[in-house]
Design a protein around this ligand. Sequence first.
Ligand code: NAP
Length: 308
Amino acid sequence: MSPINIAIVGVGKIVRDQHLPAIAANSDYKLIAAASRHGVVDGIDNFKSIEAMLEAVPAIDAVSLCMPPQYRYAAAHTALQAGKHVFLEKPPGATLSEVADLQALADSKGLSLFASWHSRYAPAVEEAKAFLASTKINSVQVIWKEDVRHWHPNQEWIWAAGGLGVFDPGINALSIVTHILPKQLFITAATLEFPENRDAPIAASITFRDADALPVSAEFDWRQTGHQSWDIIAETDAGRMVLAEGGAKLSINGELRKDTPEREYPALYERFAEIVKAGKSDVDLAPLRHVADAFMLGKRKFVEAFHD
Ligand code: NAP
């Protein structure tokens, strides 16, 4: 089968860090164009808008949409209408309903839509899932604390409505938790802390349960300096499981079981090629649904203004 002619839209940090190297290393793809208002990718045709790109380059089979979530729906709708398969960066959109609409459009046109969740492809996630399936889980604690000034300097979109604030990293934890736990969770209480000058939260504290009343808690905080935490800890009948460093390392009762280099984006592009070849979509909205529920059920606290 000939390679998938792919184009990138929204050339920024994650495109340079991850998408370009992952596509270049995968013979299932040929990168043939990019569309971005300012960013450019060397060695291919570049356009200022997705509309101009799709008109000028009919050979495009698929697009990866890597702009902030508030602008993803319009680009995805345009691409699907033009008959292209679509890879959505996480989060797949700014609302649940707009992604459902894209899914319906993709289905009606026989195109593949991929709501990518890169953290689900972290190296130790599948082993954590298998461990949890082998025992009784008694509680789960998620601690996702990082320094927003270090990881998101000058990203104004992330603080705007629809940018999700601390849920931008927090949704990565939720994408793992919803994948590794055996039963569906739902939120029972949440507190969201909003800087008084911003429209998105800087911290969130959430409790969940499942049908068996499994206690699950999550602490998301963007004010963490020094040691950064991206950990999921489960107390089980077989001992304490720690899935650390965003899903990269797994320990059971203090014994390191998995610590291999991450290849999240190569795995995402393998999955996208697989669904395109199989003529299907992969859209799991569970992580985004929990974020929506947190905004719906959560108490709001206003905290000190945030300045970069
Ligand atoms: P970014 O660099 O701030 O934005 C990506 C590009 O989107 C920008 O360079 C910009 O390109 C375009 N863009 C910005 N505002 C736009 C607007 N109003 N309308 C249309 N295009 C706009 O962000 P990023 O860090 O790459 O993140 C992009 C997405 O990837 C987010 O959903 C994020 O959650 C996800 N992601 C990021 C990371 C990470 O480590 N940064 C990791 C995993 C996933 P032009 O100005 O050239 O149009």
